[in-house]
Ligand binder design. Structure first.
Ligand code: ATP
Ligand code: MG
Length: 252
């Protein structure tokens, strides 16, 4: 078994003339906690889309566990062990927590999920759901409707749904976005306590949060690789500080 679980080899994603991801290479080790940081529009979510197959790369290669998955469809990549959360909440509000979990486990949409036509969850599906809800600290809310959950609990459910298929690679896109400081602490603790055999790649703008969670950080800017290093390296990196300060001034 190689130490590397995910390799991006000169990956590019173009939208017409825009190079949203431009010649990015990186190597994530099995069990690693990796952050992808960078200002708005840096290409972070597009990079996740290239890894999960939502947007195929226009150049380069994506290799997962030694397998070239560059052009594999998203559901195959999910079967092979890649799972993700989305930057925007992606839940079905009138269903219960457990029903949302069943949708995630079966890879269904609500349209296909009929309360009358759908067979009851198998014992195995129930066990998968329970285990993911426990890791996400939502077991007590299993029978609540999603629209009764706090926003923080909804983000926890998204993590639970991504964990449900037992992924080996978990991609988290701004899991703490929009949360209060107290809710952020809960989400950070959930991520920190996830089993070490799940490799995690995390996009997050809150620098204190992200640097407290990961071993290694990759910073993108304008679709391109800017820098990488340990959290301590990143705190002291002048290029990264300039990029963030530059953007902050720009938005001011
Ligand atoms: N489907 C698409 N079609 C056209 N352009 C896109 C598409 N998806 C992303 N882009 C553009 O690609 C660039 C990178 O976007 P992306 O969403 O990957 O950035 P990001 O780093 O995730 O930003 P944020 O921190 O704001 O979430 C942006 O200029 C964006 O407008
Ligand atoms: Mg994004």
């Amino acid at each position: 078994m190689t130490k590397s679980i995910l390799q991006l080899d000169h990956v590019g994603v173009r939208f017409d003339a825009l190079r949203a991801v431009d010649d990015v290479s990186l190597d994530v080790r099995r069990g690693e906690r990796r952050a992808i940081i960078g200002p708005n529009g840096a290409g972070k979510t597009t990079l996740f889309n290239a890894i999960t197959g939502v947007v195929p790369p226009s150049s380069g290669r994506v290799v997962f566990e030694g397998r070239n998955i560059t052009h594999a469809p998203p559901h195959r990549r999910a079967d092979w062990g890649i799972s993700r959360t989305f930057q925007i909440t992606n839940l079905f509000p009138s269903l219960t927590v457990r029903q949302n979990m069943e949708l995630a486990i079966r890879g269904l949409t609500p349209r296909k999920f009929s309360f009358f036509g759908s067979p009851a969850a198998t014992d195995e599906e129930r066990a998968q759901a329970d285990s993911a809800l426990t890791l996400s600290r939502l077991a007590a809310r299993a029978d609540s409707a999603v629209n009764e959950l706090s926003y923080g609990e909804q983000r926890q459910l998204e993590i639970a749904m991504a964990l449900a298929p037992n992924p080996r690679l978990l991609l988290l896109d701004e899991p703490a976005a929009g949360l209060s400081p107290a809710e952020r602490v809960i989400v950070a603790n959930i991520i920190r306590a996830l089993p070490k055999d799940i490799t995690i790649v995390l996009i997050e703008h809150d620098m204190d949060l992200v640097l407290s969670l990961v071993d290694w950080v990759t910073c993108l800017n304008n679709g391109q690789f800017l820098a990488e290093g340990t959290p301590a390296d990143i705190r002291n990196n002048a290029d990264i500080q300039n990029v963030y300060l530059g953007k902050a001034r720009h938005h001011a």
